[in-house]
Write a protein that binds this ligand. Structure first.
Ligand code: NAP
Length: 247
């Protein structure tokens, strides 16, 4: 099945982004796989999709915090496909440190990628979608942006709160043509958490009613639902996917 529609997933070389790219390809979307540095993994995701799905793929290296790179990425997508139907703003970074080791440089880098990057991709892709009078944007935030804060990641948490605010404003700006929603995962088993020690994981699991971290696919399924026509009346909202996280 190929519906000719095009979905751009930022940070799709691994983790939640890669799972989302696979899910959307399964729905028949042509997929743009964006990544920042890990070309090998991005190409692996592409190969996997091409093996399983009858869709077209395009891999684009672009640092979403850099306006010129984002602009070029959107131009490439439009040149190849002539349309953009879905954007999943998934790419993000975290640099967890003790409070006293937090630096302005790292704080700015996190805001640049997680918040400004989401803004830039939404702006340039959204501009195109608005002209087409159709589209869906999903921004990946985090429960850390709502109510589950960690001083070790206060910069990341602030960026994710910003993404929720940005989403509300984008939904207003792009109404009534583009649905814009936020997905806020709790803990997910990805590279972002690979440094966590087992003792910490065990303690966090006790705060989750389902007593475990999510698999990336469990987040991707929610994104694909929000993208689908089944969610045609869901707009400007935040969906938590956290297994019942209690603090
Ligand atoms: P991940 O495994 O660390 O993957 C991050 C992805 O983002 C990679 O594909 C990476 O590409 C890309 N990326 C990083 N900086 C980029 C940049 N400047 N420009 C373009 N791409 C960039 O992350 P994840 O855990 O799957 O997280 C995905 C999303 O879910 C993020 O928004 C994260 O904040 C959110 N989230 C995650 C969790 C969790 O527990 N894992 C919980 C809540 C929310 P390269 O590898 O090529 O650099």
């Amino acid at each position: 099945m190929n519906n000719n529609k095009v979905a751009l997933v930022t940070g799709a070389s691994r983790g939640i982004g890669a799972s989302t790219a696979r899910e959307l390809a399964g729905m028949g979307f042509n997929i743009v796989i964006n990544y920042a540095s890990d070309e090998t993994s991005a190409k692996e995701v592409e190969q996997e999709i091409n093996k399983l799905c009858d869709v077209q793929t395009l891999v684009i290296k672009a640092d979403i915090s850099k306006e010129a790179e984002v602009k070029k990425m959107i131009d490439k997508v439009v040149l190849k496909f002539g349309r953009i139907d879905v954007v999943v703003n998934n790419a993000a970074i975290a640099i967890d440190t003790l409070f006293m080791d937090k630096t302005v440089t790292n704080f700015r880098r996190i805001l640049d990628v997680n918040l400004i990057g989401t803004f830039l991709v939404s702006k340039y892709a959204g501009d195109f979608m608005k002209k087409a009078q159709s589209g869906v944007i999903i921004n990946i935030s985090s429960t850390n942006g709502i109510d589950t804060y960690y001083p070790m990641s206060l910069d990341y948490d602030a960026s994710k709160a910003g993404v929720i605010s940005l989403t509300h404003n984008l939904a207003l700006e792009y109404a009534p043509y583009i649905r814009v929603n936020t997905v806020a995962p709790g803990w997910v088993k990805t590279d972002m958490n690979k440094e966590l020690d087992q003792e910490f994981v065990d303690k966090e699991n006790q705060k989750i009613l389902l007593e475990r971290f999510a698999n990336p696919e469990e987040i991707a399924k929610v994104v694909s639902f929000l993208v689908s026509e089944e969610a045609s009346y869901i707009n400007d909202t935040v969906i938590r996917v956290d297994g019942g996280l209690k603090y």
